[in-house]
Design a protein around this ligand. Sequence first.
Ligand code: B4P
Length: 191
Amino acid sequence: MLNLVLFGAPGSGKGTQSKKLIDKYQLIHLSTGDLLRSEIAQGTELGLEAKKLMDDGKLVPDAVVNGMISNKLDANKGAKGFIFDGFPRTTAQAEALDQLLASKNESISVMVKLVVDDEELMHRLLLRGKESGRPDDANPEVIKKRLVEYHSKTEIVGEFYKDQNKLQSVNGIGEVDDVFNAIVGVLDSLR
Ligand code: B4P
C-alpha cells in the first residue's frame, strides 16, 4: 500500500496536488477539510460545530477528525492506498493515525511537505476566496489566524515524521505541473 501524508500550510496546494495524484496512483483521497465541508453542507450537528471554528480560522477538535478518518479507512477496505490531505494537523492526530494504521498492519509510507512562504499563501487564499466564496478564505484576518494555527500546532507534525525518516520536502512554489512532477519523483523513488 502507498499511504501518503500530503502536508503543508493552508493554501500550499494539498488539495490541488491530491486531485492529480489520485488519478496517477489510484489512491483514495481523504481530505478532512472536504469531509468537514460536507458535514456543514448537510447541516449535521458536527458540521454546525465545525463551521464556527473553521470560519474563525481555528482547528476542529482532534477527536472529531480522528473519528472521521477512522470511519473512512473502514469504508475503504482493499484500497491500494490513501492520500491524507490536511490530516494529521496536530501531533495527537499523527499518533492516532499511526495507531489506526498499525491496527490494520499498515503504516504511513511517506510525508511530502509542500513548502510555500506566508506571503504567497495569503495571496493564493485571498484569490481563492474571491473565486470560490469559501468563508475561511474571504477575510485576511481569518487567513492570518489559520497561518498562526499552522505555525503553532501543525508545522511540528513534520518533526514527528522526520523522526521516523519519512519526511520529504518539495518546493510548492511554481507551476502546478512542476510541483506535481517533484512529488511524483519522491513517490517513485520509494518503489
Ligand atoms: P483544508 O480544506 O485542508 O484547506 P486548506 O489547508 O486551506 O487548503 P489546501 O492546502 O488544500 O490548498 P489548495 O490546494 O486548495 O482546511 C480548511 C479548514 O478545515 C482548516 O482551516 C480547519 O479549520 C479545518 N480542518 C481541516 N482538517 C483539519 C484537521 N485535520 N484538524 C483540525 N481542523 C481541520 O490551494 C489553495 C489555492 O492555491 C487554490 O486556489 C489553488 O488553485 C492555488 N494553488 C495551488 N497550487 C498552486 C501553485 N503551484 N501556484 C499557484 N497557485 C496554486
